[in-house]
Design a protein around this ligand. Structure first.
Ligand SMILES: [Zn+2]
Length: 176
């Protein structure tokens, strides 16, 4: 599975990119189509203390659900605010999020900041491979990621749906 490098970057701005990396520790690779959890390797790589891993993984799952627009997911994310002791302050005319430290609280603080800045809705999960990307297009209308299975010549995400749409359009002769 590779990013074929077309179009704008799918990285998120600032610290939000670290959240995106965490969310993508759960994925359905295009080549195998099997759900895969790489959280342990991620936690090892980032030196996440053993007693913080369960919370961070559970938060990841709820944040992923929110990105995938699952019903009830935003309520679950909201519950984490109290659970992790994240507070809000006004500083320099902007909202700042304070937390007692730790990877889960830090992650949530970054997410809340993105919500406050209107960036969170641009975090999207590809309906094809479920990979989370940041939609930096002007109208935020991007749906699929730029992944391609088996190299740049392989099947790319959304291609089946795009072909269907193309055929439908040409069969009926209607404008897009
Ligand atoms: Zn994809």
């Amino acid at each position: 599975m590779v990013n074929n490098g077309e179009g704008p970057s799918q990285d998120a701005p600032g610290d939000l990119e670290r959240v995106r990396e965490l969310l993508n520790t759960w994925l359905v690779p295009n080549d195998t189509r099997r759900p895969t959890d790489l959280f342990d390797a991620y936690a090892d790589r980032h030196g996440i203390p053993p007693d913080e891993r369960a919370a961070l993984r559970a938060l990841r799952d709820d944040l992923r659900a929110a990105v995938e627009r699952e019903p009830g997911a935003e309520e679950r994310v909201t519950e984490w605010i109290g659970r992790l002791g994240v507070g809000v302050a006004v500083t320099g005319g902007a909202l700042a999020f304070r937390h007692p430290g730790g990877p889960a609280a830090g992650t949530l603080g970054t997410v809340l900041e993105a919500v406050a800045l209107g960036r969170w809705p641009r975090m999207k999960a590809c309906p094809d491979c479920r990979w989370v990307f940041y939609d930096s297009t002007r109208n935020a209308g991007k749906r699929w990621c730029l992944m391609t299975a088996g190299g740049p010549d392989g099947r790319s995400c959304g291609s089946i749906a795009k072909v269907r749409r193309h055929r439908r359009k040409h069969a009926t002769g209607t404008a897009p």
